[in-house]
Design a protein around this ligand. Structure first.
Ligand code: ATP
Length: 433
């Protein structure tokens, strides 16, 4: 499957639209349509479920996007959250130097030796708080959700009475003024992250690091991502961020090659120490039994929600040959599928529509459903396959006599005749949601 195919499907089926499209679009941002918003929400929900809901040792927060500028001074973002920017003296195109295949050739005009010296470009978006724009009230949109967790470490520890090892999780928007956004929603200037900071005793950091690398890799596999499209890559020492003692990336095989979905890093005690130094508040952990204070180490799995959603979409896409015709189907895990059950009356005749409404009402409480009355049944099946709906329930003229419906399975295309009063049980046995 090529890149354009998935981009076109995303637009035509209402997963993702270019932001501000009626004004010509804004290349660095996208809007999620009804199906895309549902898929993105399901990805975030699955992350939250595995990280927070099913665990005793992790709690969730939702911190502000705009924080004190001192946060970014302490974290090092003001000084060093930069990418190397080069500008071509021939065509004026700007590029991120470390992402260029050939660092001496401009990919826009093809000329060699035209780059001026690289500059460090800070990726944080700036704005001003209050009515007057001055340097004193300059603030930043957060470039990661992690710092919102570190600055609340003590608040959360105290109020939730957490003991080491424990984690704090957060899902939300982050903003980076990327030099070259692109590849659809893979790299945007506004995006969503799913991050968790796991605080441990320094001597246990290695063990927990290995644990989280394994755990996070399994999360993608458990949600149906193809093993061959997923790999773990350890950072070389020169690649490591200044605060990290070790990092693994979870990478996905995108249409353009392997690229990052998530980084799992051992951030050591860097962040809590920095915030202690800059705020003057002691963020050390007090171990009552040993009667000692120390800075915990932090293991951080940091994933992109929007980027991961895109990867699930690509991974699920398949074209199959069905009796000489191509069937496009999104083989999404049931938990991720935006619509779980489609209810389709064979015709718009009032008798059938009435039964359709009744069946739909009985399923709506439990599942995300869609009622579709347009076009031929073949076309409607095709549309549901393309958006990854696991089951279609068809109401036909026989239904009026025998009170049975036809249930079609997305993957096998097998059809079963099921009594309406057994439908709930039939679906509950098959839908893994
Ligand atoms: P890159 O090197 O690709 O710029 P990064 O290594 O700086 O990314 P992190 O700071 O580790 O990324 O962020 C954690 C996760 O957040 C990434 O693995 C990715 O999934 C997501 N992410 C980061 N930047 C973007 C972006 N501009 N658009 C979409 N998702 C992003």
């Amino acid at each position: 499957m090529d890149f354009d195919t998935i981009v076109n499907l995303s637009k035509s089926r209402g997963f993702v639209f270019p932001s501000s499209e009626i004004y010509g679009g804004l290349r660095s941002a996208y809007d999620y349509g009804p199906l895309g918003a549902a898929l993105l929400r399901n990805v975030k929900e699955q992350w939250w479920r595995s990280m927070v809901k099913l665990r005793d040792d992790i709690v969730g927060i939702d911190s502000a996007i705009i924080q004190s500028p001192q946060v970014w001074e302490a974290s090092g973002h003001l000084a060093s959250f930069t990418d190397p920017l080069v500008e071509c003296t021939n065509c004026n195109a700007r590029h991120r130097l470390d992402k260029l295949e050939d660092q001496d050739q401009c990919p826009t005009c093809g000329k060699r030796g035209t780059f001026a010296a690289a500059k460090d470009f800070n990726l944080m978006f700036q704005t001003n708080m209050g009515p007057v724009a001055t340097a004193e009230n300059r603030v930043y949109l957060r470039p990661e959700t992690a710092q919102g967790i570190f600055i609340n470490f003590e608040n959360v520890r105290r109020t939730s009475r957490m003991k080491l090892p424990f984690g704090i999780a957060q899902v939300g928007k982050s903003f980076r003024n990327e030099i070259t956004p692109g590849q659809f929603v893979f790299r945007t200037r506004e995006f969503e992250q799913m991050e968790m900071e796991f605080f441990v005793r320094p001597e246990e950091a290695d063990e927990w690091f290995q644990y989280w690398v394994k755990e996070r890799h399994s999360w993608y596999l458990d949600l149906g991502m193809t093993d061959e499209n997923l790999r773990l890559r350890e950072h070389e020492s020169e690649e490591l961020a200044h605060y990290a003692a070790g990092t693994f990336d979870v990478e996905f095989l995108f249409p353009w090659g392997w690229d990052e979905l998530e980084g799992i890093a051992n951030r050591t005690d860097f962040d809590l120490k920095q915030h202690t130094e800059h705020s003057g508040k002691d963020l050390r952990y007090f171990d009552a039994e040993a009667n000692e204070r120390f800075f915990p180490f932090v293991i951080e799995p940091a994933a992109g929600a929007t980027r991961t959603t895109f990867a699930f979409l690509i991974d699920a896409y398949s074209d199959e040959d069905v009796s000489g015709e191509t069937r496009t189907v999104l083989k999404l895990d049931h938990r991720l599928a935006p619509v779980k059950v489609a209810v389709l009356p064979l015709s718009k005749k009032p008798d059938l529509v009435e039964v359709t409404q009744r069946v739909a009402a009985s399923l709506r409480e439990r599942y995300d459903i869609e009622v579709d009355v347009t076009q031929s049944i073949g076309k409607r099946y095709r549309r549901q396959d393309e958006i990854g709906t696991p089951y279609c329930v068809t109401i036909d003229f026989d239904t009026l006599d025998d009170q049975q419906v036809t249930v079609r399975d997305r993957d096998s295309m097998a059809q079963d005749r099921v009594a309406i009063d057994q439908l709930d049980r039939y679906l509950a046995e098959r839908l893994k949601v």
